[in-house]
Design a protein around this ligand. Structure first.
Ligand SMILES: Cc1cc2nc3c(=O)[nH]c(=O)nc-3n(C[C@H](O)[C@H](O)[C@H](O)COP(=O)(O)OP(=O)(O)OC[C@H]3O[C@@H](n4cnc5c(N)ncnc54)[C@H](O)[C@@H]3O)c2cc1C
Length: 441
């Protein structure tokens, strides 16, 4: 056992405690479930420890002084297929804070040719929309879509690019944007099986499962602030600026948590849920197998002038972009935001050049005319998600660990889902359920 020379602090509560480390959506989901579950298990005090001064992790909002408004770290989309994420929003009472269309529509603009189209899956399990030229991608035929069956036949080591034809017209106009958006990994290297799972949960189930939902005001207002309020209401405690520095392991259990300025002893009935990103978890837990490779996402937020805003038009809250630098453009109030996923080719690019390229995309997509760019804020999330390649998927860790009082959560753990909000929430729920099932053993 390793000792730490800092002062030991005791949390003064007379019931078993669960310490959740990391207040991203996985940690918030775990803490909420535990705090709300007193009626089915032993009474537990829930303490959520977060290194940053705010919760939300990779799904957060902040006031940007340069733009003079609140922005998100990056645009986030949910699908109606994301049942756990929607149940989380119901639990915290904020599902109404999302913009939800009445039907599934995916509008696209080809910035090079100016062509526009809308992918519109139909209701019900029979995908007759594939037979309707006006509902599918222009220049594609039924056979291009049916080729997707190869994704379901893929072995665990096959990539999307091994199963679908990069020369097909559907590749650059559908498979590539879909794969990059869903897996934040280019199709040449992304897991074919994981993309099949996404399709199986969404498009295969009909339009009701693939409606897109985005936060109306901010990620914080939809996913984070109401969760913190609900947690406080349930008696949970949240401690910001508490970075876990070291875990003291005994033979079978975690014995203490070292935060640098204090050490918390872990009692026999206490539990720990580690809801950290994979690299942070691997740095604290010996011999943890976790995905080590990640992929970046770049977002640019532009605060439009009154004149630009009056001119800007989009056929929905967001639109897919083909033939430029960005993958998607979103319009919320007077802020236009562009997203580039799997942005490894751009991450080291000079910020001014990158901003210029993204402004050009925005100006063309919103038909603003190329003039002086409005105030623009670039956010480069270097480790937005783990790389969802076959090799990295094989490194996802289960929620149970070798220590009987330590459980794992996080979008990267072995949920079977892509590294998304849905995966984060499912992982938090699962870790909480294991804590509850373990009772006072
Ligand atoms: C730009 C961007 C766009 C995205 N778009 C989408 C999308 O459209 N749809 C979608 O579903 N998902 C999207 N995602 C993914 C989604 O944001 C993540 O899957 C989800 O937020 C991960 O939550 P998490 O709790 O697992 O991890 P995190 O959010 O990383 O939470 C981990 C927390 O642990 C804290 N922490 C780290 N180290 C320590 C320590 N030592 N001690 C204490 N605390 C610590 C961190 O500060 C953080 O708050 C996107 C992600 C990014 C970055």
């Amino acid at each position: 056992m390793q000792a730490c020379d800092c002062q030991e602090t005791e949390l003064v509560v007379n019931k078993a405690q669960t310490h959740v480390i990391g207040a991203g959506l996985a940690g918030l989901a775990a803490a909420l479930r535990l705090a709300g579950a007193d009626h089915v298990g032993p009474r537990r005090h829930v303490v959520l420890h977060e290194a940053a001064a705010q919760a939300g992790g990779r799904c957060r909002s902040f006031f940007d002084a340069q733009l003079g408004c609140t922005i998100d770290n990056g645009n986030h989309i949910l699908l109606t297929a994301n049942r756990a994420a929607l149940a989380y929003l119901d639990d915290i009472g904020s599902r109404d804070s999302l913009i939800a269309p009445t039907t599934a529509r995916f509008p696209f603009i080809d910035l090079a040719s100016g062509e526009t189209w809308v992918v519109r899956p139909n209701a019900g399990p029979l995908p007759w929309w594939l037979l309707a030229a006006r509902r599918r991608v222009p220049g594609t035929g039924l056979g291009d879509y049916l080729a997707a069956w190869r994704l379901w036949r893929a072995s665990p080591t096959q990539r999307v690019g091994d199963c679908l034809d990069p020369a097909s017209p559907l590749w650059s106009r559908f498979w590539e944007p879909l794969c990059v958006a869903a897996l934040n990994t280019r199709p040449e290297e992304a897991s074919a099986r994981l993309l099949a799972r996404v399709l199986g949960e969404s498009f295969v189930r009909g339009e009701a499962a693939c409606r897109t939902l985005v936060a109306r005001d901010s990620l914080a207002a939809s996913f984070v602030d109401p969760a913190l309020a609900r947690l406080a209401q349930r008696g949970g405690e949240i401690r910001f600026k508490k970075r876990l520095r070291h875990i003291v392991f005994g033979a079978e259990r975690v014995e203490a948590l070292d935060f640098g300025d204090e050490s918390l002893p872990i009692g026999a009935d206490d539990r720990v849920i580690c809801a950290l990103p994979p690299t942070a978890a691997a740095a604290l837990i010996p011999q943890l197998t976790a995905p080590g490779d990640s992929r970046p996402i770049v977002n640019a937020h532009l605060r439009l002038s009154a004149e630009q805003r009056a001119r800007a038009r989009l056929p929905g809250p967001f639109v897919g972009l083909i033939g430029g630098t960005a993958d998607w453009i979103f319009l919320r109030g007077d802020v236009a935001s562009l997203t580039v996923s799997a942005a490894e080719d751009l991450i080291e690019l000079d910020n001014d050049r990158l901003a210029e390229r993204l402004w050009h995309d925005a100006a063309r997509a919103l038909d603003l005319g190329i003039g002086a760019p409005p105030p623009l804020r670039l956010i480069k999330e270097k480790r937005a998600t783990f790389a969802q390649t076959p090799a990295m998927l094989a490194r996802r860790a289960p929620a149970r660990t070798a220590w009987r009082n330590l459980f794992l959560a996080g979008d990267w753990t072995d949920t079977g889902y892509p590294a998304t909000i849905e995966s984060a929430v499912r992982s938090g729920n699962r870790a909480a359920d294991l804590v509850l099932a373990a009772g006072s053993r």
